[in-house]
Design a protein around this ligand. Structure first.
Ligand SMILES: [Zn+2]
Ligand SMILES: [Zn+2]
Ligand SMILES: [Zn+2]
Length: 664
């Protein structure tokens, strides 16, 4: 028997095993193969055969419906060879060198978690700051508890100042903090901060990323003066308040150039990216993507230099921003220009071919989504791409065979996406197009049917319900209407493909936390919002594994534990399918395996969850920023301020690159 035939024999056996370990007909194949190979053949062939590693665990949750659970997985190099019991895999390996690795004994192993949609630039900057926010953050440098209410916020704030005072008694180093939100933390302005500290510059970055509040030290340092404010366009000027040290939305963009040298330097970005990398790893993430990231080569090169490195514990995918491209090239070589970006990725960072991100309506955090029934207070939503530009770009990308991914937050925004999809299907039908609704903030039953009928898929942010449902029931929407926020239960019942994303820093990039949000739907008051829209644990686990891979067209490479796929695993201390549902987010991540490499994480001393973390946040004021209301009053105002974080990203990035240029 020739060596090639022998290898084929092993591969066949592996194939038979992975397809039907429980099926008895798989077994005769294995013994036949074993019998047909002579000892001499084996000796010759095994010389050149790579070693198999057989991992054992309490349980592998495979996400393969034909073989949902297993006790052992055999890996060769970077790929899975077979899935089964230890005895079965040992029998299969006979004649090939193998080693049994017991590191995961007693643990639960899932397919490697997928961060479907994160923003490394804003994420890196937020992680560079001292986080004082509305939810817990499990950071590489330690576990940061949320600040509940004004007093806790101020206490954390003073702690951060005290730390700096020790390090820098001259009070030169600024305090840069992210996560403040007036709804939860009460009022904060220049005067209140000055009363605590006026000399050391303080930059408070709002939880939404859309606002900054500065103390007098920071105003002085940045040189933002009344004279400077007067040079801004009137609509930008209207969104500044120098006395309060408050700059938001268009007003923030007006002063970004002044802030960037202190809060968004390339050094901060590089350093923050390393924290971002370690943060994703400790959440069990083995692949991540930024849809619609900044189209800037120097910026991409910085990301490549950190996340593209061979040592990075995950692969990172970019999706071209079709909005920026369409604004410039919709009547020209839109597709050629999009394809130019494919060469920009390096190492572990790469652009996804034939995929593009478009934008429909405004940010949910600023309550600027387009709603069929409008808002109870009369303000209006916004479009991020005009419906005309969206339709033109959609058609061009559709005809070029692209998978079109649309940022869409409100039900009227979803109507626009689905209408374009239907029109283009009727004109030029395509199979398996995976047109994706991203965010899925508000959707109605007829839209779920249409999504199913047209073959669209969804990438949902389940944290919207947790953070916003109770607040929006009182402000802008109604208790009845918030029931239609992120209705993922409907998607599960309809059999629509859906994944979960965090949109980090809009939510912690923590797949177990997202699962928890989707399974429980407990909003800020502690009550369940629309219980019928909760999803099963299996659907939630699929949403952060195989469905994430499916949403990138990568499901043949990873996302489940099946023979032939990359050996990407997340190793957990408990089973998310059986642990008490409110404890899903607290399951400890032991580490990951990326393409056959075992990568443990160093655990933080995590505060025991219980009464303390269950306690709800108190919120009375509207969640969305003061800027939203101002904007909403104008009719037909198209969003030039780029309201989604996905787009906010660009403004910051440009300001950073600008500042870097000037300082050279
Ligand atoms: Zn978005
Ligand atoms: Zn905005
Ligand atoms: Zn985004």
């Amino acid at each position: 028997m020739k060596r090639r035939d022998f290898i084929k024999g092993v591969a066949l056996a592996a194939g038979a095993m992975s397809v039907g370990l429980s099926a008895s007909e798989a077994k005769p194949n294995i013994s036949e193969t074993a019998r047909s190979v002579s000892l001499q053949d084996l000796a010759k062939a095994t010389n050149a055969m790579p070693e198999i590693t057989i991992y054992t665990a309490k349980k592998f949750l495979t996400m393969d419906p034909t073989n949902p659970e297993a006790k052992a997985v055999a890996v060769v190099n970077d790929r899975i060879l077979a899935v089964g019991s230890l005895d079965e895999l040992k029998a299969m390996a006979k004649g090939q060198p193998y080693r049994v690795n017991h590191s995961f004994d007693g643990k639960i192993v899932t397919p490697g978690f997928i961060a479907q949609h994160v923003h490394p630039f804003l994420g890196a900057l937020a992680l560079e700051s001292a986080i004082i926010s509305i939810e817990d953050w499990d950071l590489p440098g330690g576990y940061v508890k949320k600040a509940r209410g004004h007093d806790e916020y101020i206490a954390h704030f003073k702690e951060e100042l005290a730390k700096l005072d020790k390090k820098d008694p001259e009070k030169k180093l600024p305090l840069f903090t992210w996560g403040y939100h007036q709804t939860f933390h009460g009022k904060l302005n220049r005067k209140i901060m000055d009363a605590i500290e006026s000399k050391r510059p303080i930059f408070v970055w709002h939880r939404s990323c859309h606002e900054f509040i500065l103390n007098s030290g920071a105003i002085k340092l940045t040189g933002i003066t009344k004279e400077f404010i007067d040079t801004l366009r009137p609509e930008a000027r209207a969104m500044t308040d120098l006395e309060d040290g408050h700059f938001w939305e268009t007003g923030l963009f007006g002063v970004l150039g002044k802030l960037a040298p202190y809060v968004a330097t390339t050094d901060q970005f590089r350093h923050g990216l390393k924290t971002f990398r370690d943060y994703l790893h400790r959440q069990g993430i083995t692949s991540a993507s930024e849809p619609g990231g900044v189209i800037s080569k120097p910026m991409t090169e910085i990301i490549n230099s950190i996340l593209g490195d061979e040592s990075t514990p995950f692969r990172f995918y970019f999706l071209p921003d079709g909005k920026s491209l369409a604004e410039r090239f919709v009547d020209g070589d839109l597709i050629d220009e999009t394809e130019k970006l494919l060469s920009w990725g390096k190492g572990k960072c790469s652009y996804q071919p034939k995929q593009v991100k478009l934008f429909a309506d405004g940010a949910i955090y600023s309550q600027l989504m387009q709603l069929r029934e409008g808002y109870t207070d009369g303000h209006k939503g916004e479009w991020m791409m005009t419906p005309e530009l969206y339709a033109k770009a959609f058609r061009k990308y559709w005809d070029a065979g692209y998978m079109i991914v649309t940022h869409v937050t409100g039900d009227a925004g979803l109507d626009m996406m689905l209408d374009n999809l239907e029109l283009n299907m009727r004109r030029n039908p395509r199979y398996d197009h995976r047109t994706t609704a991203v965010h899925f903030g508000v959707a109605q039953p007829d839209q779920i049917k249409k999504i199913k009928r047209l073959g669209a898929i969804v990438s949902a942010n389940p944290y919207y319900v947790t953070a916003l449902a109770d607040n929006y029931a009182k402000h802008g929407m109604s208790p009845e209407r918030v029931k239609r926020m992120v209705p993922a239960g409907d998607l599960e019942r309809a059999g629509v493909h859906f994944s979960y994303h965090s949109d980090m820093p809009m939510a912690p990039a923590q797949p177990l936390f997202l699962m928890d949000c989707g399974v429980n739907r407990i909003s800020t008051s502690g009550k369940v919002s629309a219980p019928e829209q909760r999803v099963s644990r299996m659907a939630a686990l699929r949403a952060v594994t195989i469905e994430g891979a499916y949403s990138w067209r990568m499901e043949k490479e990873f996302g489940s534990i099946e023979a032939g796929k990359l050996a990407n695993f997340t190793i957990l201390e408990e089973n998310p399918l059986t642990v008490e549902s409110r404890k899903i987010k607290d399951i400890a991540v032991w580490g990951t395996v990326l393409e056959g490499k075992v990568l443990p994480v160093k655990p933080n001393a995590k505060p025991k969850s219980g009464k303390d973390t269950e306690e709800s946040l108190v919120s009375a004021a509207p969640f969305f920023s003061s800027g939203a209301a101002t904007f909403g009053k104008e009719d037909d105002h198209f969003m030039e301020h780029g309201d989604c974080v996905c787009a906010l990203n660009h403004r910051f990035a440009l300001a950073m690159m600008d500042a870097a240029q000037k300082s050279r």
